[in-house]
Structure formats: C-alpha cells, structure tokens
Ligand binder design. Structure first.
Ligand SMILES: [Zn+2]
Length: 329
C-alpha cells in the first residue's frame, strides 16, 4: 500500500481516514514575527490577535475539536510567507492525534525575495524537492504536497515562476500540487495551463478556492481538464455566502463530479493578517461566519446530506479523494 508523509511519520493511505484537505493550524508571516517576536501580542482572550505564547494552545484546541468531530487528518497548506513551521505542526499533532500533512511551496500573489527573482524555476524546484524527499527545516518531517498561489494580480512573472517550480518538483517527486486560485480573476484556467505545459498529470493538481464561484461554466471548464477543485472556504462569507457554496456543491455532485471535489474551510486557528478592531468590524459586517475547523463536520456535511449528498459521495470527497490526489490515482 502507498504511504504518505505526515508530520509524525509515514502513514499508510488507508489510515488517513476522514480528511479536511485545506486547514491551517497557524497563519503568521514569518519575516514579521522573526523581526518582531512580540507582534500580535495585544490583549489576551482576543480571538484573532493573541500573544505568541497562546498561538500553540489555540492550535491544539482547534485540532482537538476537529478530532472530536471525527476528522482524522488535515492538509496543512501553510507555505512560505504564511509562517510554515513543521515542528509546530508536529507538536500539535502529537498533542491531539490529528494527522497533519505538511506542504512545501511559496504563497505569493506576486512578490518574491531577490533570492528567488534571481534564480530559475529549476533551482526553486530543488528546494521543494528537498522538502519532499529529505527534510523540511532540518527536521525528519517531509512535505506531502506543493503549494503555490495566484490571486488578484493574476499570473505575474513571479507567480508563473513559482507555478513552474511547483510543476517541476511535482514531476520529479510525484507529489501533488495545491494551487490557491481566485475565481473572480479567472486565474484557474491559466494555472492549469501552466501545469499541463510542464507535463504534470492533471490528477495531481488541485485548484483551491474554486468554490468561491457559483459559475458552473467556469468550474466545469476546470473540471474538464481533469484537475481537482477545492470547495474549501466555508465560513468566508466575503467571498461567497454559505448557502450559495452548498448550492454549487450540490449542483456539482448532481453532475457527477464527486471524484474531483474537496470540501474544506481554509480555516486558520490564528491569523495575523488584520489587527483586532478590523477583525471585529469584519465579523460585525458578516464577512465571515463560523469560519473555523468545525464548520465542515458540524454544519456543511449535515446540510449537504439534507440536500441530497449520498453516503458514497461523502466518502469519495472526504476519504478517497485525498488518497487519490496524494498518490496520483
Ligand atoms: Zn489556505
């Protein structure tokens, strides 16, 4: 049986179980927190702006909640610029029993350090390959997949370079790719095109955040290429309200796409993107609601079942697709 690397070691694929493919245990820019270790330390008991020493405890609390709701594994797409720290993931996993798949890759909408601007995609791929085959951050932990991103600025030169590096690392290792996309900017088709140009099997590609769109024509155009899609931002009302996410998911299930769909929330146990007053305003304005690791098992799955999702479709999306995507099935 195929095995995949988790942050606590190699696991046989039949042990992955119910998997949320896109959840973050922490989201914090590494440069900011390296330079200002106290950043984010404003008040205790503030939900989104917490002292650094509480960040771990909150990640454990969230991971435990997921385990209690029947989740066995998460894909943790915290790459460079989101504060990847695989040792942090390992400690959370050991404290909770939640299996965690770490990634390699770069999360950028355009900016790259000169270090990468001056290097070729192949040299960047070398670093990704090392994470996948040997060691991430000088730990025994290996990356299970490759992350890249395209957003509002589109496929800029730097973004294309990271996509090509991701593609080449995937070709060299067999590791799959998760590409953050922005349907509102129609980034998905061009992202897929780059991967296919590089020779990547579409069954190794997941276009994340496709579920931010209700445009079935756009979504089916992606699915026709053979890639997976992420319906993976439940709770982020600012991109698409909950009900519309479920309507789109049910329409796609009806059209027979269960084998290419992932359901997740892109939750972050903690996130440093906004100061606390802004978060309060955003919550008050309804821009996010129930946006946490619980939302899929607690709300989404029961609602999809009520809407007609079969047991088999649920099993396909939550248990079988992660294995097939990770192992190239
Ligand atoms: Zn994410």
């Amino acid at each position: 049986m195929a095995r995949v690397p988790t942050v606590t070691g190699m696991v046989e694929t039949d042990q992955l179980g119910t998997t949320l493919i896109h959840e973050h245990l922490r989201n914090a820019d590494e440069a900011v927190h390296e330079q200002w270790p106290i950043a984010g330390a404003v008040k205790e008991d503030e939900p989104y702006e917490v002292p650094p020493e509480q960040v771990f405890d909150i990640a454990v609390r969230e991971a435990k909640a997921a385990v209690d709701l029947g989740i066995k594994t998460i894909g943790e797409p915290t790459a460079m610029f989101l504060g990847r720290d695989v040792d942090f993931m390992r400690r959370v996993s050991e404290d909770t029993g939640l299996q965690v798949l770490a990634c390699t890759g770069i999360y950028t909408y355009d900016h790259l350090p000169t270090f990468f601007v001056s290097r070729t995609p192949d040299l960047i791929a070398d670093l990704f390959v090392r994470d996948i085959e040997e060691s991430v951050q000088e730990t025994p932990i290996r990356a299970a997949f490759i992350k890249c991103a395209a957003d509002e600025p589109g496929i800029t030169e730097n973004v294309e370079k990271v996509h090509r590096a991701a593609a080449r690392a995937s070709l060299r290792t067999g590791a799959p790719i998760m590409a953050h996309s922005r349907p509102a900017s129609q980034t998905g088709p061009r992202q897929v095109e780059i991967f296919l140009e590089e020779g990547v099997d579409p069954a190794k590609v997941q276009i994340a955040h496709t579920g931010d769109s209700t445009d079935l024509e756009y979504i089916e155009r992606l699915l026709e290429t053979g890639v997976y899609i992420g319906l993976d931002r439940y709770g982020l009302e600012m991109f698409l309200p909950y009900e519309q996410r479920n309507q789109t998911a049910l329409a796609l299930l009806e059209r027979g796409y269960a084998e290419r769909m992932f359901i997740s929330a892109d939750s972050c146990a903690t996130i440093d993107w906004f100061p606390h007053p802004v978060v309060e305003q955003m919550l008050a304005a309804g821009l996010a609601k129930d946006w946490d690791i619980r939302i899929v098992p607690q709300r989404v799955l029961p609602d999809l079942r009520a809407g007609g999702m079969t047991e088999e479709q649920e099993r396909t999306m939550l248990i079988e697709n992660p294995v097939r995507w990770l192992t190239g099935g």
